[in-house]
Design a protein around this ligand. Structure first.
Ligand code: PEP
Length: 255
């Protein structure tokens, strides 16, 4: 049985004050230890303040990106060890916005994931096809190739710690969610490929769905056998909405 993992990707939203306000309003909803993992990924500038507020809570801190390098003359970059120092337990790599806007290739994502493992941080590795690729019938080919390339350097003995996020690009920030059945097909395919690569550990790897997840569609998605969590953008900016997503099992109620 895989433990569900719900992660908030705030992208380039929220100042430190806004981030602290979110945490103050969100934490009462997750006060008791639940049977899910909850993760917040604020922008770099708010990691320290959010991390301090989350100390002692069941909510984990994550970064949205990382440098593949350990240290050095890389202006503007942030090293894995610096994230570990701030208490990050996860980091998102290979998000489609980074792939499309900042040139992150599978090979670079693979290096980032390896660097995170070396620093004791669990990577959340994103893969997903564009609308054009889906309409050309290339979805599985694209996912297979992104998966193989992005996970090329994952140490086999650490594979179970990996989190994979299936995020169809056409569903991100568009309000257009993949149907649960369509998402399940992609997740099942990814699990087969994970099994080919990592053997039995594939059954322990959590695969999140991402793409316009909202309080009113999360339960149907989570009911699918290979959907183990959600990576949430827009709806995670509001503490009450994200709390309802976290409590998907009880129809959004925290008690
Ligand atoms: C994301 O940024 O990973 C995402 C899925 O965004 P949204 O929920 O807004 O579609």
């Amino acid at each position: 049985m895989r433990r569900a993992i719900l992660a908030a990707n705030w992208k380039m939203y929220k100042t430190t004050g806004e981030a602290e306000d979110f945490v103050a309003r969100f934490l009462p909803h997750v006060a008791r230890a639940d049977d899910v993992d909850v993760v917040l990924a604020p922008p770099f500038t708010a990691l320290d303040r959010v991390g301090r507020r989350l100390a002692g809570s069941p909510v984990a801190l994550a970064a949205q990106n990382v440098s593949p390098e350990a240290e050095g003359a890389f202006t503007g970059e942030v090293a894995p060890r610096m994230l570990a120092d701030l208490g990050c337990r996860y980091a998102i790599v290979g998000h489609s916005e980074r792939r499309a806007l900042f040139g992150d290739t599978d090979a670079r994502v693979a290096r980032k994931a390896a660097a995170l493992f070396a620093a004791g941080i669990r990577p959340i590795v994103c893969v997903g096809e564009t609308l054009e690729q889906r309409e050309a019938g290339r979805t599985l080919e694209v996912l297979g190739s992104q998966l193989a390339g992005s996970l090329a350097q994952v140490p086999a003995e650490r594979a179970a710690e990996l989190v994979l996020a299936y995020e169809p690009v056409w569903a991100i920030g568009t309000g257009r969610t993949a149907t649960p059945e369509l998402a399940q097909q992609a997740h099942a395919f990814l699990r087969v490929r994970l099994a080919e690569r990592f053997g039995a550990a594939a059954e322990r790897i959590r695969i999140q769905y991402g793409g316009s997840v909202k309080p009113d569609n999360v339960s149907a998605l989570m009911a699918q056998p290979d959907i183990d969590g959600a990576l949430v953008g827009g709806a995670s900016l509001d503490p009450e909405a994200f709390a309802r997503i976290v409590h998907f099992r009880t129809g959004g109620k925290s008690a």
